[in-house]
Design a protein around this ligand. Structure first.
Ligand code: NAD
Length: 269
């Protein structure tokens, strides 16, 4: 892969970056020239492996522990990142969990934890990032925008999903959080967008692709005929973070191989 300079001299905070999509985004952003704060909640080895891979390619990165649902820990994460890199230009709100359960059996704890991490976590991290974007103001030598936020949502912000009401509610919430932040912050030259991944091969959904039978069932939902990989999302994230997408704010980019085209309707309906 040829090194690019799309994000040269910028600083990115990527949450939940010790595995899966977040790890790929952290690596790809570093490859595009950004210094990266690799956030993790418990998986210190995973975070250190991502930092090691970035440094091996002469990139800059540090691992920072924080639970994104905890206000004090989020504030500390940004303080640590600012201390290491001086500022923040890009936030990728990627950390997310599932705690699947039928509605009638779902506990308040299962409901609340998913909302806390997936939705409140994006609010808390965005608020800290925006405070820094506003403090720093425009730095035209690095970017046309004073800051960029990328919210990792899901196709389940629009596709209902039985047995996952906590997850779908959190992702639907991200859509309006993202759009309202985009509207509020555009006059300050801050861009806010979402990526809604379809089925991407990671730890979170391994049951859906691990066996050939499960993979075949999943592929019926994907017109483009392949299950996604974290790099598919990471490439889109770099584009949304760089000036090539400067006129785009408040948008959701579906990276889903056509899953939201509802392929069941390709015959009949
Ligand atoms: P993953 O489980 O590998 O990644 C989730 C990451 O979030 C992990 O690194 C985990 O440690 C971290 N995390 C969890 N709770 C945290 C907390 N409280 N604070 C900080 N970090 C925390 O799975 P993934 O597929 O890479 O998921 C990344 C994002 O992509 C999630 O928001 C997920 O909802 C979204 N997504 C994934 C898919 C898919 O098919 N894999 C599809 C749509 C959306």
């Amino acid at each position: 892969m040829m090194k690019q300079d799309l994000l040269q001299d910028q600083v990115a905070v990527v949450t939940g970056a010790s595995s899966g999509i977040g790890a790929a985004i952290a690596r790809r952003m570093a490859h595009a020239g950004a210094a990266v704060a690799v956030n993790y909640s418990r998986d210190v080895e995973g975070a250190q492996a991502v930092v090691g891979a970035i440094k091996k390619l002469d990139g800059e990165a540090i691992a920072i522990q924080a639970d994104v649902s905890d206000e004090a820990q989020v504030k500390r994460m940004f303080e640590q990142s600012l201390k290491a890199f001086g500022t923040v230009d890009i936030l990728v709100n990627n950390a997310g969990i599932q705690q699947d359960c039928a509605l009638v059996d779902m506990t308040v704890a299962q409901w609340q934890r998913v909302i806390d991490v997936n939705l409140t976590g994006q609010f808390l991290c965005s608020r800290e990032a925006v405070r820094e974007f506003l403090r720093q103001g425009l730095r035209l030598e690095v970017s046309l925008a004073a800051g960029k936020i990328i919210c990792i949502s899901s196709v389940h912000q629009v596709i209902a999903w039985a047995g996952h009401v906590n997850y779908t509610a959190s992702k639907g919430g991200i859509d309006m959080l993202m759009q309202s932040m985009a509207q509020e912050l555009a006059p300050k030259k801050i861009r806010v967008n979402s990526i809604a991944p379809g089925a991407i091969k990671t730890h979170i959904n391994r049951a859906a692709w691990q066996t050939p039978e499960a993979a075949a069932r999943l592929l019926k939902l994907i017109p483009y005929g392949r299950i996604g990989v974290p790099e598919d999302v990471a490439k889109a994230a770099v584009w949304l973070a760089c000036d090539d997408s400067d006129y785009i704010t408040g948008a959701t980019l579906y990276v889903d191989g056509g899953m939201t085209l509802y392929p069941a309707f390709s015959s009949g309906g």
